[in-house]
Design a protein around this ligand. Structure first.
Ligand SMILES: [Zn+2]
Length: 448
């Protein structure tokens, strides 16, 4: 039988780089053969000496915002940015679009908005808000990958947080459904008691969202997860002070996983100039010592995933002119840059590219139950990325594809260039250029 595509060269498979031949037929990897194996195929690709083949990244934390706030970010622009960055699957967050994805009808609206526009595969999280707690089962049946909740103001009025009793109800409900609850873990009471944020001082902003807010919320969540035997996931961990309790809970058998984001791993509070609201996100970027502790936690596997929390807004909502951290939208948009950012920082710490791909592809795929994503192996989707790890580039905002290319990374020199990408065996990026045709699919959680 003639294969559709064969890619030969240094391939990340089974956790290590090997000289191999990847054979693709009808959108799937059908074999990974030793180097030199002759395979008949319609197309043969030989990687350059400076290139490696990676599984497409899986970014489970992306705010697309369409419909309703499409001027912040839409499916066409977000998925083009994803493809250019080597992300072949993203899972969209249930808030900042209008309506938010908090019931089956809203999910249908989301899917209709995304349909035909996506350059990569897209799945959807559902929202656990006070009014949706009785509808989680219906949303689960409709194919959402799990449920997101907030424990503090989300930033948009149509997606209110859960109080302690509602959180317990949500935890009990996901346990009954054997679903997953993903949590923005900052405690509303601790944030309310913290000094107020105002003006362009970054220090003042950081103090308004103290790490104790995360630590308190995470402790409460771990306690509920243990009592209900529920599967929970801590979103965008910034506070390293919460790591010991997370590690202890895991060791005790609590079903908890943890993610952090490139901005917490590559930036530090000491470097944020006052008034530079492109660095604002919640929880905030903290000090350099905290950042190094997050790296240690990736190495010792207390943190599982690195995902973008791509959360853009229009440039005017960032209030870049006044630099007022109290008024600026909180969110860093890095969908296109996550891989080179994380790789550059990992490399400087002596960590390998295989680990980076584990955090950014294999672990997020496992988190969302995407059994065909996250690895180059027989039976998996042929989502493949040609990456030149030692090549470098300077971040140029005009080359970012997301709708409002505000970025704290402008002019940073990064290692690692994404050159070609295949989505289910179809080329979607060719020598760095995203192809015109959107061929992404809308994914549903498959019953386990
Ligand atoms: Zn988010």
């Amino acid at each position: 039988m003639t294969a559709d595509l064969v890619v030969a060269g240094s391939v990340l498979t089974d956790g290590a780089f090997r000289d191999a031949v990847v054979v693709v037929t009808r959108g799937r990897v059908v074999a990974v053969e030793p180097a030199g194996t002759e395979v008949e195929a319609a197309e043969h690709v030989r990687l350059g000496d400076d290139e490696v083949l990676l599984p497409g990244l899986v970014d489970t934390h992306v705010h697309v915002n369409e419909p309703g706030r499409t001027e912040w970010e839409g499916f066409a622009s977000a998925t083009r940015a994803a493809a250019a960055g080597g992300v072949t699957t993203l899972v969209d967050m249930p808030l900042n679009s209008v309506p938010p994805t908090v019931d089956v009808d809203a999910l249908a609206v989301k899917r209709a908005a995304a349909d035909g526009q996506c350059h990569v595969d897209v799945g959807f999280w559902g929202g656990a808000v006070p009014a949706s707690l009785a509808r989680l089962g219906a949303m689960s049946d409709a194919g959402v990958f799990g449920f997101k909740c907030f424990l503090v103001d989300s930033g948009v009025p149509e997606f209110p947080p859960l109080d302690r009793d509602q959180l317990e109800r949500a935890v009990a409900e996901v346990a009954a459904l054997d679903a997953l609850l993903i949590v923005h873990a900052e405690d509303a009471g601790v944030v309310a008691a913290a000094p107020e944020c105002g003006g362009p001082s970054y220090t003042r902003f950081e103090r308004s969202r103290p790490h104790e807010a995360e630590d308190t919320a995470i402790a409460a969540l771990l306690d509920l997860a243990a009592r209900h035997r529920a599967r929970v996931h801590v979103l965008h961990l910034s506070s390293a002070a919460a790591l010991p309790s997370l590690a202890a809970a895991r060791a005790a058998g609590v079903r908890v996983s943890v993610e952090t984001c490139p901005h917490y791993l590559t930036l530090s509070a000491e470097q944020v100039p006052d008034g530079r609201t492109e660095f604002k996100c919640c929880p905030p970027i903290r000090g350099a010592a905290n950042r190094e502790a997050l790296w240690d936690a990736l190495t010792d596997e207390t943190i599982d995933c690195v995902v973008s929390d791509h959360s853009p807004s229009t440039a005017d909502l960032k209030h870049l002119d006044t630099g007022d951290f109290a008024r600026a939208w909180g969110g860093v948009a890095s969908l296109q840059l996550g891989l080179p950012l994380t790789w550059t920082a990992a490399r400087s710490r002596g960590l390998g590219l295989a680990s980076v791909v584990g955090w950014m592809s294999t672990a997020p795929a496992a988190l969302a139950g995407l059994a065909r994503k996250g690895a180059i192996a027989p039976g998996r989707d042929a989502d493949l990325v040609v990456f030149a790890p030692e090549a470098s580039f300077d971040v140029d905002p005009s080359r970012l594809h997301h709708r409002n290319p505000v970025t704290p990374y402008a002019e940073r020199r990064l290692r690692g260039v994404v050159r070609d990408v295949w989505l289910r065996g179809r080329r979607v990026v060719n020598a760095g250029t995203v192809t015109a045709q959107p061929t992404g699919r809308l994914l549903r959680r498959e019953p386990t």
